[in-house]
Design a protein around this ligand. Structure first.
Ligand SMILES: [Zn+2]
Ligand SMILES: [Zn+2]
Length: 129
């Protein structure tokens, strides 16, 4: 199955084949700020499953121990996908951007030290990758 993640304005997109290797929500400060929300929903696909990209995508890089590069729509600012040094050969894609081709529910919750105290999650989810 081919799925497509798109930005808010629809100009940028990225296509993926098959199912993700990682399907998790993350409570780290970086994901909170990236999304402006209580947590990030991250899907990691092997690079070989990642296909066509469209639109004017700009890159933002973070150096150091949390080295990563992420790409966002130049028009609307939505972060669509990223590469992080500690998860090589995979591409992270923002779960909420798969609006019309939804994925399965997350199976893990990570960086739980940063979890909002009011947030309740399914007991069966793993608490690490
Ligand atoms: Zn956009
Ligand atoms: Zn995170």
């Amino acid at each position: 199955m081919t799925r497509k993640a798109t930005c808010c304005c629809g100009l940028c997109s990225i296509e993926v084949e098959g199912e993700p290797m990682i399907n998790a929500i993350c409570h780290c400060g970086n994901c909170k700020k990236r999304t402006g929300s209580a947590f990030g929903w991250s899907l990691y696909f092997p690079d070989a499953q990642v296909g066509k990209r469209t639109g004017d995508l700009k890159a933002y890089s973070i150096d150091g121990a949390k080295r990563q590069e992420r790409w966002f729509c130049a028009a609307c600012g939505t972060t669509l996908f990223w590469k992080v040094a500690r998860i090589p050969n995979q591409t992270g894609i923002a779960g909420g951007c798969f609006g019309e081709t939804p994925l399965a529910a997350p199976v893990a919750t990570v960086f739980n030290d940063g979890r909002c105290r009011w947030l309740r999650l399914p007991e069966e989810w793993r608490t690490s990758l």
